[in-house]
Write a protein that binds this ligand. Structure first.
Ligand SMILES: [Zn+2]
Length: 435
């Protein structure tokens, strides 16, 4: 395996569409670290987000560096070129030190028959039973199954190899973290498929730090997990077992871990994940993004006056363009149009009514997931507002930052990395953050 930059055990991916919340986001990492969860901040922005908002990847690097300097952060941090491909990676190479190589598009396209044959011959361990520590029943992987999986994934893995080598040549192999993502596809990858994929990635000599499979269930944008929690927990545990096994078996980097592209706010899976990570002494990378944009809106609404006006104007525009805004996200949102309040109704709301509908507090009877998801996909409206939106972010920085920090720390990092008991013990200390 070539040289590589390794990623710390627990890392937290944060998206910041409008590049104003870097310090507030980093502050959540500072506080989580003080509570004993050593979390590596990673700022991520996909090519799609840069394109929608009209920003360049270098701006994310500038934001991360500025936040780190302002808060005196001395530990590692990274800038993730999220969901890049060979056609889109070049403008990310200089400013990024973390690359999420997205090969979902090539999944299902068959590799050359000779390559599939060579893969099967190189891996006689498949074609029968494989006993994996911590998985009760041996995995049953027949020759026919290896062939099926190789036909489905080998080309995607070869694609990942090509993109990896392209980046390594331009940047130097020791200078970046490599993630391979397969989440934006139709079907989840099962633990046996993950094992075969990892064997193939090792064959490509990719010094993989994180792999982002598609998990079972729905990971809708900005709202909680929808699916069979027991099944998720079983597969998440098996995936951890498969990774530990593949690291030894195929000489992959010992720091290899799962990356969960959460679509933000998958609160109900955090506890089963935390338990599994503890059981396996495993690390994890969790990627969030849009949750911070929604906290900006919450902060503006909470500020009242012109801030609340902006939040209402964004909703009013969004509700007139529901189909247009939802189309690119059709597979990752579930909006009940009947539950969307009219623009006129929202126009009459107080700060508290707007915040209650939007803030992801499932205990609040006024929380409205349809309202939240529509606003999640409507960030283009704020981008179009331009200076009016940016000026409001600056004017109301304190109330926005408070929401951004508390959201990441209280709803994400604490439940995932710290757990309920310790969190309760520290609640007095943390009330200072909320105030
Ligand atoms: Zn993803």
């Amino acid at each position: 395996m070539s040289k590589y930059l390794s990623l710390g055990k627990f890392s937290f991916g944060m998206g910041d569409r409008f590049a104003h919340q870097g310090k507030a986001q980093l502050q959540a990492c500072v506080l989580a670290t003080q509570l004993g969860a050593d979390v590596v901040p990673v700022w991520n922005k996909s090519n799609r987000e840069h394109t929608f908002i009209g920003t360049e990847p270098a701006s994310l690097r500038a934001e991360a560096d500025a936040a780190v300097k302002a808060l005196g952060w001395k530990k590692p941090y990274h800038v993730d070129a999220d969901h890049i491909r060979l056609e889109t990676v070049d403008r990310f190479i200089a400013p990024s030190d973390f690359f999420t190589i997205d090969v979902a598009d090539t999944i299902g396209k068959p590799a050359a028959a000779a390559d599939v044959k060579a893969f099967i011959e190189r891996h006689p361990e498949f074609g029968g039973q494989i006993s994996i520590p911590q998985i009760r029943q041996p995995l049953e992987i027949s020759r026919a199954e290896v062939e099926r999986v190789a036909n489905k994934f080998l080309l995607a893995v070869q694609d990942a190899g090509k993109i990896y080598r392209h980046i390594a040549k331009a940047k130097g192999e020791a200078n970046f973290v490599t993630e391979v993502s397969m989440d934006e596809t139709d079907l989840p990858q099962t633990p046996p498929e993950l094992l075969i994929i990892l064997a193939a990635l090792a064959d490509e000599k990719i010094p993989l730090q994180t792999i982002a499979p598609k998990f079972t269930g729905r990971f809708n944008k900005g709202v909680d997990y929808v699916g069979d929690l027991k099944q998720f927990e079983k597969e998440f545990n098996e995936d951890l077992a498969v990774i530990a096994f593949a690291v030894k078996q195929y000489g992959l980097p010992p720091s290899l871990k799962l990356s969960v592209h959460s679509g933000s706010d998958k609160f109900s899976i955090y506890e089963p994940m935390r338990k599994a990570l503890k059981k396996f002494n495993a690390g994890v990378h969790i990627k969030t993004a849009g949750t911070t944009w929604l906290e900006e809106l919450i902060g503006l609404a909470e500020a009242g006056g012109d801030g609340l006006e902006i939040a209402k104007d964004i909703y009013s525009y969004a509700i007139q363009h529901v189909d247009e805004f939802c189309a690119p996200y059709a597979t990752v949102i579930d909006i009940d149009k009947q539950k969307l309040p009219s623009a006129a109704m929202v126009g009459g709301w107080t700060s508290q009514q707007f915040v209650s509908a939007l803030r992801h507090d499932q205990k609040n009877p006024d929380y409205n997931p349809s309202f939240r998801q529509l606003l999640h996909v409507s960030f283009k409206v704020a981008a179009k507002m331009g200076d009016r939106y940016y000026a409001a972010l600056t004017k109301h920085e304190a109330v926005v930052a408070k929401n951004v920090t508390a959201n990441l720390l209280e709803r994400h990092m604490k439940p995932l990395l710290i757990g309920p008991r310790k969190s309760a013990n520290n609640s007095r200390r943390l009330s200072a953050v909320k105030a």
